[in-house]
Design a protein around this ligand. Structure first.
Ligand code: E4P
Length: 219
């Protein structure tokens, strides 16, 4: 399973990229606005910098609502870097734009997906990635991971190449569940990536080994 980081924070991306585990980055208007406020940099400057930090896709979300606007915005964003992937909310105009951008070989990630039918239509239109928002579904009392299971099965049934990106991840078990189901990608916030490493028995184990080693004087 590929690991993307779900942030626009340049420091977080730099740190996790240095571990050699990062396959891509997802941003959205909320995350990008947060980084623009934090750094005082312009949105496109932030995006360009992120694109230079990873080889894989970096999603940048459009804010236009009509197909023509989405396509124009997508083409402009694509000029920033080769690994930019245009994030488009799933809707009628979004589908039209996905098709047009696909015809120009521009990568797209269909976002705000909350049903298998939405993802199926986006895949048929030619999107490269679909992003079901697991945590937001859990938040309203649904079992978010069910849609991931459905999508992996449906895409396997018909050899659909669109990749399933598990998004809106809230805790480490979401990642284990996504990997067991066979999702292509999990996009994970920085704090949850750090939690993936944590285990109290590892900390206790390291402490005990070092304590025991300290009792002897190696010759
Ligand atoms: C996905 O690409 C989105 O940026 C993200 O996962 C949204 O997550 P949230 O529900 O934590 O805002």
């Amino acid at each position: 399973m590929k690991i993307f980081i779900d942030t626009a924070n340049l420091d977080e991306i730099k740190e996790i990229a240095s571990w050699g585990i990062l396959d891509g980055v997802t941003t959205n208007p909320t995350l990008l606005a947060r980084e623009v406020e934090r750094t005082g940099k312009r949105p496109n400057a932030v995006l360009r910098e992120i694109c230079g930090m990873v080889k894989g896709p970096v999603t940048a979300e459009v804010t236009s609502k009509d197909a023509e606007g989405i396509v124009n915005e997508g083409k402009k964003l694509r000029e920033l870097a080769e690994n930019i992937c245009i994030k488009i909310p799933v809707c009628k105009d979004g589908l039209l734009a996905i098709k047009k951008l696909r015809d120009e070989d521009i990568m797209t990630n269909t976002t705000l997906v909350f049903s298998a039918n939405q993802a199926l239509l986006a895949a048929k239109a030619g999107t490269n990635f679909v992003s079901p928002f697991i945590g937001r579904m859990d938040d309203v009392g649904n079992e978010g991971m069910e849609i991931v299971d459905q999508l992996v099965t449906i895409f396997d049934n018909y050899c659909i190449e669109t990749e399933v990106v598990v998004a809106s991840v809230r805790h480490p078990m979401h990642i284990v569940e996504a990997a067991l189901i066979g999702a292509d990608v999990c996009t994970i916030p920085y704090n949850v990536i750090l939690k993936m490493l944590d285990h109290p028995l590892t900390d206790v184990g390291i402490e005990r080994f070092l304590k025991d080693w300290g009792k002897i004087k190696p010759k």
